[in-house]
Every structure is written in C-alpha cells, then in structure tokens.
Design a protein around this ligand. Structure first.
Ligand code: C2E
Ligand code: CA
Ligand code: CA
Length: 745
C-alpha cells in the first residue's frame, strides 16, 4: 500500500533538468511538480505547489503496488485546465514518486496515454534517477537535516568509531546509537543477512551482553515481524528471573518492500533511564538508515557484500593496521554457469547462485568478509590468514558446494566451483585489487586444470603464468610503456548539419607488438585495468599526444580544431594526474582549449568528488570535458548539472538501436534537446551508415563519429591534413562528397 522510498534527492543534485526536459517535450506544460511518497515536494517548477495536484499525486501513490518499473497515472480536470499525474514505480511495483503537471489546451483534453507517450523518455530518466537515489542512501542526508539530534548521531558514527572493531558501517551505527542515547547495550539482528551485531557503551566494560541477546532475540524478532511496530518495555517485573533486568526499546528493520527483516534493540539497566519519545524517534530513524545501508552495501539476491562495500571494508581494515600482517583473498567462480542456465533455465541458475552464496556465508571462517563481486563470482577476504589457511577455507567451501549437485527430472544438475587463493602483497599501493587479480588468475588455472578445485597463485609457477594470457599481456604492456611501443590514432568527429563548427578528433591508442602488429585497445586495456596500469598508459597518451600536437603548435594556434583524449577512472582518482597533465600541456606549448578529455560516466560518477575537483582544475586552464559512453553507465542527467561537461557522447549501442527501436530514438532526441538547452554539445558514436548519419542529424545531435564519417587514422596524418578537415567541418553535413576521399581512411 504505502510506497518505497520516502526520500527526496539530495539538494546538490537538482531536478531542474527533468523539468526542462518535460517542458521541451510538452511545451504547454505548467506547474510541473515532483512529489515524494511521504507527501514531500521534491521539486516544483513554479517554486510552489498546487494543492489539487498535490492531492491527486498522493491519492494515486496510495493505491496498491502495480506493475514493476512501470509508469502509470491518471488525468483530471481542474478549473479549466487538464491535470496529468504520473506515478513512477520501482522494481517492486511500489511508488517512487509522482510527477504532476497542468496543460491548458483550449478545452480539448489529450488522452492520458498520448501525454504519457510524449513524456516517457523524461519520466523514465527521472524514474531511474530516483530509483538510484533511493538505493544510494540519500535518505540519510534528508533525515539528518530534519533532526539535529540525528545529525550528531551520524557524525559520531563516522568519526568517533572504534575502527579496530568497526570497519563495518552497521557496527558503527549500533555503537553510535548506544553511545549517543546513553544505553547499556545495542543490538542489530537481521537473520537473513547474517547480521548479528552487539555493542556496549564504549567506556564500559563488556559484560554478559551476548547473554541477554541470546535470551531475547527470538522473542524480539517474532514480535517485530508480527506487530511490525516499535516495542518499549520500561516496567520490569523484577521477581521473575526469566525476564532479563533490562528496559528494552526495539524497532523493526524493514526491507525496502516494507517486509520486516530484523530489529534494532537498545537495552538499559533496570535502574537506568526510561525509554522515551526522543529515543524512540531516533531509533526509528536509525532503523531506516539500516535499510539504506543494506541496500547499498549488500547484494540484493544473495545478501553478501557488494563489490564496492567489500573493497571499502577491506581498505578500511587495512588502513587501521600499523604493521603489515599476512592477509589472503579467495576468488570463487561457479563452474559452467552457462550450462546450468541453458539446461535448467535461468531461474535454476539464479537459485544455484543463491545456494552457493549461502554455502560461502556459512562455511567461511568467522570474521571473513564475503562478497558477490559479479554474476557467479565471489570473493572472500581473510584478515590475518596465510595462503595455506585460506586454501583450507576455500577447500571446505568447495567440498560443500559440490554437495549441491543433485539429480533433477531434466538431468543431473552439477554444481562445483573453481577457486583461486592469493596472499595480499606487502608493498603495493592497491594490495586488494592486486590480490584479487592474482586470485582470479589462480581460479582460471583451476578451471584449466579440470574445474572443481582450488589453486594458489604462485609467482614462481611458470606453468600457471604461461597459461594465463593476461599475465603475458601485462609483461609486454610494461615493456611497451618503457620502450614507447604505442601509436596514436585519431578519428574525426564532424558536425552533422550545416553551420560553421570546428572539426573534432578523438585520439585512440594502439599497441605495437614485437612482430610489428598493431593491437586495438580491447586486446590490452582490460588487462591494464585489472593491474592498475591505466594511469601509466594515460600518462603515456597525454604526454605523447601533447608532443605530437606540440610539433604543430604554430599551425594549431588560431585554429579551431579540438582533440579529445580518453582518461580512465583510475587516472581521475589519482591525485597526481592533474599535475602531470598541466606539465605536459605547458611543455607542448599548445593552447589548452584545443584539448578535451573524455571520461566515462561510470568513472566520473564513482569518483564524483575527485572527478569534480580534477575537472575544475583543468577547466580553469581552458580544457574541455566530454562524458563518454553516455547512456550505458549509471546514467543520470542530473549529474550533467553538477559536472563541468561541455560534450556528451551518446553511446554507440544507443545510436545503433535508434534505427530499429523507437524508444532509443526518442531517448536520443530527448537527450539531444536537453543537452542543447544546457549548452552542451552532443556527439553520436558509431555512426556506421549514411542512414544513421541522417537520422542523428534529424534528431538534433550536433556531431557524428563513426565509420560512415571517418575511420581512425594515424594522428600525424590528421595533423598534416588539418586544413582539409576544417574545410569539411565548415561545410556541415556535406562531408560525404567524393572529393574528400581521405576521410574514408
Ligand atoms: P571509445 O572511447 O568509446 O572509443 C571509440 C571506439 O569506437 C574506438 O575503438 C573506435 O575505433 C570505435 N569506433 C569508431 N567508430 C565506430 C563505428 O562506426 N563502429 C564501430 N563498431 N566502432 C567504432 P578503439 O580505438 O578500439 O577503442 C576502444 C576503447 O578503448 C575506447 O572506446 C576507449 O574506451 C579505449 N581507449 C582507446 N584509446 C584510449 C586511450 O588513449 N586512453 C584510454 N584511457 N582509453 C582508450
Ligand atoms: Ca572515448
Ligand atoms: Ca565511447
């Protein structure tokens, strides 16, 4: 009945782009508002909201859950205007928010379905955005501004935490609750997530707290699940020794779907203070924070840590170490998952993954951090464990997983896994990713050796090293970096319609093998990424691109061409890279405003804060930024407002799709319009045919890049023919004429 996320988006990321987008799609729209399920106004175009629309939104959102991820709603007439309300739903079919607007169209009302069809691209973007926000724990930010008390509490959870004990956010939260609310004991119990956290006041000796929890937790859980509300016990019958001598405040912890999955309980000694409204309110807010932490930090279908949370927790744990200790990781990969999916169906595949996850959770040694890092792959971090101890743990899990093999009517469902073990390197900047990469190699070796086994990564084991291509690539990559065996290519990006505009080029790297073959990035960048070699490669590209451009510095001054250089996420988060780029620009003596850096959305958004300051610093010099592969990542139009982006590169898969898929087509159009309204230039990637070129031009995209416009050619050739490209770009869409054959590459 009620709705999923009662969370306004954080203030820093406004909803104005969506309002603009809606107006662009339906120019007569007025009084556009976005309402939350708790009655809050997330955004209103006129700065104030209309009570009729507000009521309509609340009424529609209060209805039962509907089709998951759908957008539904209704239309009404309010004094001379047509009101439309759209309810955006989450994957459970619960309301996320409602968008309302008025359209004064001289009496004739347009059918709801027609208006929905018009606005769908904008509403879908917003739906994704809000869905993401809901799961990003935006909740915390809102709640903290509402309640100063809570703000204090959350601060405490970040800083005063006893980090040697609490690398875990949930542990910190329970500790903060105990300290701030001055209780004796706090407990958070969520059986289906294997969460059982008990904390006592920091300055108090730890007594028999576990005892009271063991005696009460079943009762408290049942009560929470049946009653679904807060329980307060301030009166204690001291006569009975069955009842523990504690005052209790217990708050249900809910899943996003509102199902009660556990409880947060606070205990006070019988002679301590009573629990009152203030503590109750704060505890309830904290329980909601727990829900949002669970959402971000845990994989929804297995309950194991998500990859991000896993890395964060391991890093936090390593950071508290004063001296180096042996640690190990285990990488687990379910064997022949595709065979299971094909023979038994995807649902059996999903079930198998969940069962394996359960085994991992149960059999992993106490204190181990277990994560699902992607589809059928898991990782375990074992603090203070030798490679031998980790191998033993992996072996125990392997044996139990093999027992999941069963006879089904369709045939034998064989379940097994290949595990790799690696020790964390002592002197690495990124010990975890290093160890995970080597453990992954060991698990691949386990597969090569016949599956259903555990292998330990051994540097000296030449056979393992040989077997693994990635390792070889890495060796030759390192050598290529040292001996400059790369070549720079450039691909033209040209205006799609008439009108003066500058030609642009994207610089692309190629690797030269010992035999003189040119390797495309797909052959070596993935390996470079897992070995943290991207910053070195980006540095090579930046320095050499600037050098080649610098050789033409006199030609480039006073020209309008721009050159784009790709940067990886690893470089964006590397604090030294901005300085390196500044130095290279200075040495080359070229105007900084002819350089544009391409970042993927994922890179920019995962390191949002660093990316912002990195971009700002280079922008102050005059460089531009492009958001690459737009539409594939954690795509979010609102980020466009907070990041200093001048160019948006619409991902090739989207562009290709636009011919056959009307929804992709309208998305491209909406994005192009929105970008234009924000003063951002758009580029369509993968323009492979003339048909696509024309289509993209008609949809309002500014520039095209792709084989139909020009293939990548050596950067030096581009620089030699620059004036030709300028001529072509100034001619707009006319570049397909036979007198410029050079562009066919
Ligand atoms: P990207 O940034 O999306 O670059 C565009 C890729 O699409 C290039 O592949 C380009 O050759 C290819 N392409 C261009 N037009 C078409 C077309 O019409 N159809 C098809 N199917 N493909 C087209 P490339 O050069 O192989 O680069 C692949 C990826 O490698 C790039 O994707 C980029 O993410 C990365 N990359 C390339 N050079 C560098 C570099 O110098 N530094 C960094 N960090 N990454 C690079
Ligand atoms: Ca790119
Ligand atoms: Ca791209």
């Amino acid at each position: 009945m009620v709705a999923a996320a009662q969370t306004p988006p954080p203030r820093s990321v406004g909803l104005d782009p969506y309002g603009q987008l809606i107006r662009m799609l339906l120019p007569r729209a007025q009084s556009i508002s976005v309402y939350g399920t708790g009655g809050q106004t997330f955004w209103a175009s006129d700065g104030q909201d209309d009570p009729d629309l507000h009521n309509l939104a609340q009424e529609l959102m209060a209805a039962d859950a509907a089709t998951p991820n759908d957008i539904d709603g209704a239309t009404r007439r309010f004094d001379g205007a047509n009101a439309y309300a759209f309810v955006l739903r989450d994957p459970q079919g619960l309301a996320l928010a409602a968008v309302t607007l008025l359209a004064r169209d001289n009496g004739e009302a347009r059918p709801f379905s027609l208006v929905l069809g018009l606005l769908r691209p904008a509403l879908e973007c917003l739906q994704r955005e809000l869905g993401m926000k809901a799961s990003l724990g935006a909740m915390t930010r809102d709640l903290s501004t509402r309640d100063r008390d809570l703000e204090l509490l959350l601060d405490a959870s970040g800083e005063k935490a006893d980090t040697t004990r609490d690398t875990d956010e949930l542990g910190r939260l329970v500790q903060a609750a105990v300290d701030h609310l001055n209780c004796s004991i706090g407990a958070l119990i969520i059986p289906e997530r294997s969460v059982a956290i008990v904390r006592t006041k920091a300055d108090q000796p730890r007594g028999h707290e576990a005892d009271i929890i063991t005696r009460t937790h079943r009762h408290l859980l049942t009560w929470a699940q049946l009653q679904r509300r807060t329980m307060i016990v301030n009166k204690i019958a001291t006569s009975s020794d069955k009842v523990p001598p504690y005052k209790i405040l217990s708050v249900p912890v809910r899943h996003l779907s509102h199902r009660v999955i556990g409880f947060l309980a606070l205990f006070n000694k019988a002679d301590g203070e009573d629990f009152e409204l203030r503590q109750t309110r704060l505890a309830e807010l904290l329980a909601r924070k727990v829900t949002s932490i669970l959402l971000t930090n845990y994989d929804a279908s297995t309950g194991l840590l998500s990859r991000g949370a896993f890395e964060q927790q391991v890093d936090a744990l390593l950071a508290t170490r004063e001296t180096h200790a042996a640690d190990a990781v285990v990488y687990l990969d379910i064997d022949q998952m595709h065979v299971i999916n094909e023979n038994f169906g995807m649902h059996v595949g999903d079930e198998t993954i969940a069962k394996v996850a359960e085994v991992v959770r149960r059999r992993a040694p106490l204190g181990a951090l277990c994560a699902r890092i992607s589809g059928d792959r898991f990782a375990i971090f074992l603090a203070g464990a030798s490679a031998e101890a980790a191998t033993e743990a992996a072996e125990a899990i392997r044996t139990s997983v093999a027992e999941l093999t069963q006879q089904r009517t369709e045939g034998v469902l064989r379940v097994s896994l290949s595990a790799g073990v690696a020790a964390l390197p002592a002197n690495s900047k990124h010990p975890l990713s290093h160890a995970l990469a080597t453990a992954e190699i060991a698990s691949k070796a386990a597969k090569d050796h016949g599956r259903d086994r555990v292998e330990t990564f051994d540097n000296g084991d030449v056979s393992m090293v040989r077997r693994h291509g990635e390792v070889q690539i890495i060796a030759s990559l390192r050598e290529a970096i040292a001996t400059d065996r790369f070549r720079l290519y450039a691909q033209p990006i040209l205006p799609l319609s008439v009108g003066p505009a500058e030609p642009r080029f994207e610089i692309l790297i190629r690797m030269l093998t010992e035999t003189g073959e040119l390797l495309p990035p797909a052959k070596f960048l993935p390996a470079a990424e897992s070995y943290q070699l991207m910053p070195a490669i980006d540095k090579w590209v930046v320095e050499h691109a600037m050098m080649e451009l610098g050789a033409h510095a006199s030609v480039l001054k006073g020209r309008v061409a721009r050159f784009a250089i790709n940067l990886s996420g690893q470089s964006v988060s590397d604090p030294d890279s901005a300085a390196m780029i500044e130095a290279a620009l200075g040495a080359a003596g070229i105007p900084p405003d002819i350089i544009c850096f391409e970042l993927t959305e994922t890179a920019a958004v995962t390191h949002l804060e660093r990316a912002e300051s990195f971009m700002q610093r280079l922008r102050n010099l005059g460089c531009q930024f492009a958001l690459d592969d737009f539409g594939t990542g954690a795509s979010s139009l609102a980020y466009l407002k907070s990041l200093p982006v001048s160019v948006l590169k619409i991902d090739g898969s989207f562009v290709r799709d636009a011919i056959s898929n009307a929804r992709s087509e309208s998305m491209v159009k909406a994005v192009a319009q929105l970008a234009r309204a924000m003063g951002i230039t758009t580029v369509a990637e993968y323009v492979e045919t003339d048909e696509l070129r024309i289509r993209m031009a008609n949809l309002g995209v500014d520039y095209g890049q792709g084989f139909a416009i020009g293939k990548p050619i050596p950067l030096s050739d581009v620089l030699a023919d620059l004036s030709l490209y300028e001529l072509v770009a100034a001619g707009g869409g006319d570049f397909g004429t036979p007198d410029v054959p050079a562009l066919a590459g």
